[in-house]
Design a protein around this ligand. Structure first.
Ligand code: ADP
Ligand code: ADP
Ligand code: MG
Length: 447
């Protein structure tokens, strides 16, 4: 096992990794931007190194500075968390060149799965069902329109480099295609520096069902059940639960084995997620693979008892998976609510600032993954997620009532949050009955 690792991230995920390291007896090195001197991850790690100004491009995305900090501190490996450099093949390659272990898949795997249109082609080649769509990438609007006409409207225009729900647009009519295509292309260029696009058939009101997988360096790959992430606003996840309320044993086995097959096809090692869309006829389609730990990983930890971050560390250190497929038993139910600093009344506008008062929920069945404290000033430079409330119960009803109780206890003063919005989801009849799809928030809340 490693004796010291560097965490190239901030916020709750950096804290999550530090926690796993502490329990495994691994020393931790945090990196921080100038504005994050007072951040929890900076304070909590065994040592912390400043890697540049607040702007992510100059700090958390500054590969040279992060590599230098790693060499300087004597860390043997880098955990990239999620977002930032976690799906950057060039960064994983730089680590390899400097003999630093990147805690994630190989640069080759990131390269082939990180590009969403390339990943589609790869999956088609190994017999995984994908959403009907353009064969590969499309480069100009005329070519794209031809592809869209073949697929049939409505279609989804998507950025190959996309993530976090950005660079995605629905086109319902042929007449509006060129305009929307160009808008999405420009957004992708701005957000990812890459305007390669592809087209998919728009699946009406599907469920977003994803499978957590783990693979080691010896070719062993397992799946750790499903998560339902259909509660989304503008294609971004808001609340997740595991297992999906509509999942059956048979479908879980079929989709899980498909996810393992997809992962094996790209020699996947470390933790990853295969995202599927499931339509009304229970037909499922591969959507994308996230080649990193995910925001919603705790709900899988709760129902399987597997510590995914510790597994990531063990795999990267060259150990075999500590569990087999037969060991994975799904017990109980877990829900995660993402708590964001945002003003729901003003279009969910991010709302950074000083937390004047903070009372965090606790008690039986509640887990909080967070990196804020009373008097902490949330910087405006990064993601608006400030905490994750995760609840666990024997049944879905138990997990829901614990979540309602926990959210009602949660006090954050000084900034706006989406806590009340999350509560209104928990109180919604369709949600409590488990009858929802990716259109839920748009339909039920008119958003
Ligand atoms: P998850 O499936 O883990 O919820 P998300 O898509 O919500 O993943 O992304 C997790 C985090 O990573 C978010 O903070 C999101 O903004 C960021 N992120 C995801 N993909 C990208 C990308 N391609 N470029 C920059 N940030 C990204
Ligand atoms: P990202 O990389 O931003 O996570 P995804 O490709 O995973 O992008 O899509 C994000 C969300 O957008 C999905 O969870 C789903 O709700 C919606 N979506 C994406 N593709 C389609 C599609 N072809 N039909 C219907 N909804 C889609
Ligand atoms: Mg996705």
């Amino acid at each position: 096992m490693f004796s010291k690792i560097l965490i190239a991230n901030r916020g709750e995920i950096a804290v999550r990794v530090i926690r796993a390291c502490r329990e495994l007896g691994i020393e931790t090195v945090a990196v921080y931007s100038e504005i994050d001197e007072e951040a929890v991850h900076t304070q909590l790690a065994d040592c912390a190194i400043c890697i540049g100004p607040a702007r992510a491009k100059d700090s958390y995305l500054n590969m040279k500075n992060i590599i230098s900090a790693t060499v300087l501190s004597g860390a043997e490996a880098i955990h990239p968390g999620f977002g930032f450099l976690s799906e950057n093949a060039k960064f994983a390659e730089m680590c390899r060149e400097c003999s630093i272990e990147f805690i994630g898949p190989t640069p080759e795997t990131i390269g082939s799965m990180g590009n969403k249109s390339k990943a589609r082609e790869l999956m088609i080649a190994v017999g995984i069902p994908v959403i009907p769509g353009s064969e590969g990438a499309v480069y100009d609007s005329a070519e794209a329109l031809e592809a869209a006409k073949v697929i049939g409207f409505p279609v989804m225009v998507k950025a190959s480099a996309g993530g976090g729900g950005r660079g995605i647009r629905i086109v319902r009519e042929e007449e509006e295609f060129v305009h929307i295509f160009e808008t999405a292309k420009a957004e992708a260029n701005g957000a990812f520096g890459d305007d390669t696009m592809y087209i998919e058939k728009f699946i009406e009101n599907p469920r977003h069902i994803e499978f957590q997988i783990l693979g080691d360096k010896f070719g062993n790959v397992i799946y750790l059940g499903d998560r339902d992430c259909s509660i989304q606003r503008r294609n971004q996840k808001v609340l997740e639960e595991a297992p999906s309320p509509i999942m059956t044993k048979e479908l879980r086995k079929e989709m899980g084995e498909m996810a393992v097959h997809a992962a094996k096809a790209v020699h996947y090692e470390n933790a990853g997620t295969i995202e599927f869309l499931l339509d009304h006829d229970s037909k499922f389609y591969f959507m994308e693979m996230n080649t990193r730990i995910q925001v919603e990983h705790p709900i899988t930890e709760m129902i399987t008892g597997v510590d995914l971050v510790k597994e990531q560390l063990r795999i990267a250190a060259g150990e075999k998976l500590s569990v087999t497929q037969e060991d994975i038993k799904i017990t109980g139910h877990a829900i995660e609510c993402r708590i964001n600093a945002e003003n729901t009344a003003e279009g969910f506008r991010p709302c950074p600032g000083k937390i004047e008062m903070l009372v965090v929920p606790g008690g039986p069945g509640v887990r909080i993954d967070s990196a804020v404290y009373q008097n902490y000033v949330i910087p405006p430079n990064y993601d608006s997620m400030i905490a994750k409330v995760i609840t666990y119960g024997k049944t879905r009803e138990d997990a829901m009532s614990t979540m309602k109780r926990a959210l009602a206890e949660f006090v954050v003063k000084g900034i706006h949050t989406n806590i009340d919005f999350q509560l209104s989801i928990l109180n919604n009849k369709a949600f409590t009955q488990g009858k929802y799809n990716t259109g839920f928030i748009a339909i039920e809340f008119n958003l």
